[in-house]
Design a protein around this ligand. Sequence first.
Ligand code: 16G
Ligand code: ZN
Length: 545
Amino acid sequence: PDLLAAVTKGAEPYPIPPGKKYQYGTAGFRMKAAGISNAGLDHVIYTVGLIAAARSKKRNATIGVMITASHNPADDNGVKLVDPMGDMLEQSWEGLATTLANTPNDKLAKAYEELVNDTLVDEIRQLHERPAKVVFARDTRASGPYLITALKAALDAVKVEYTDYGLLTTPQLHYIVRCVNTLNSPYAFGEPTEKGYYEKMATAFKTVMHGRAIQGPLTVDCANGVGAPKLKELIKYLPSGKEGGIDIKVVNDDVVRPEALNLDCGADYVKTKQRSPPSSAAQPGDRCCSLDGDADRVVYYYTDESKTFHLLDGDRIATLGAVFLADMTRVAGIDQKLKIGIVQTAYANGAATEYVEKVLKLPVTITPTGVKHLHHAAARYDIGVYFEANGHGTVLFSDNAIKVIKEAVPKSPGQKHALESLRACIDLINQAVGDAISDLLFAEVVLAHKSWTPENWRNTYIDLPNRLVAVAVHDRSIFKATDAERRLESPKGAQEDIDRCCQMYVKGRAFARASGTEDVVRVYAEAHSKTEAEKLASQVAEVIK
Ligand code: 16G
Ligand code: ZN
């Protein structure tokens, strides 16, 4: 009863604004957070504190809470929950989080009690008594500190032990959660500190590099977000170009002016506008990449001698990584024991899918959009490489793969080198979640091994021209997709119309899906020429309107 009174009291400063409806979306709750447009995100955060407590009790493990709105404008903010192994909140709990967020303050205590009681019926007593533990962090947004206050109020009300990690990238928090929960186990992931993260990554990087230096600097656009200070910190642990390492130039690192975040820079800008940030001073041929506001997403690009911009997106990072890992397992003589595969979404360029299947001869799985879907599909391979075209992704090694790689006995110096590289990759790649900083180091390592320029990388296959448009519709909920979002099953007849459009073009492929983050239907189209891809996109948009 004391506890429940505390929940009600603690919630007082964070009422739900009248008429608000919240939804735990593809990547948690996200909305406007600043000034007069305050949409009650503080109420949502308070309820997320309660959910984190309940989830921690249920799993008997530490749960993570990350306050960020990723690539959204500076005035937005949001929150995502992190499960014990550093993966995203289990889907069945998204509904519970949505229900609690929509509960007004006077009903919150009762709702929390029921939540804890319902989640594990036969352990009711232990569950309420079971200690819970939560760790949290935030990105650089101005609304972050205030929202942390709301989170702490909830955790204090239900007497949960917590650690505030201050500013971190989203993947760093996922890393910490996994470390905390695997400490002293055979699956220990690392030291649960920021320093532990840098040391793990830097040690692995040095091992895979074998003293080989990376040619030319890499320019990293940090979207004026939390990735900037964190990448600068990591650089202190990495050998420089002269020392057989890497030279990284950090740009768009202004975290002092909050409004600069994601403004005319960052991964989302570069991917959607298909151009370099206007502030870029890169020269033709320079390797560049852009992170998003919380550093869980990365895309590469360069301009050629004629100043033409070339994007090397998530599809490219996936194929680059897969080529390297497949080569290394072959050299190490363990390729017969490991099933390597790539996971993509319908947005993957048709040329990328064809390259993986026909040239690399690796299997491809297509899943619906959203990291959690790709992540789970990748876990079904021994080495599962997953990336969305927009730059979210990582590589997962199964327990079997880790065992095979760790136990293999090399029969030659070549095999020894390959096995050492694979072992280091297991540490270099953040397997808890896609991590822009870890992904870019991995990409750099592969480019160095292959002595590839960005142009060599691009020439592995040529992207089909494509076009992505957002279509405003009256009610997007009527658009129900099937077959990993490649086909519409409703409204009736729409898919037949889309099929007819596609048949009119050489290599024509298109699909329409309701966005999970905005009130629009997205249409993607590709064809063998730019004009045709554009025509196809507008025809399909007409079908949808
Ligand atoms: C979210 C997802 C991202 C996905 C995007 C699609 C995570 C961490 N993020 O940002 O993976 O590509 O939504 O947005 O899962 P859409 O549904 O509006 O197209
Ligand atoms: Zn992000």
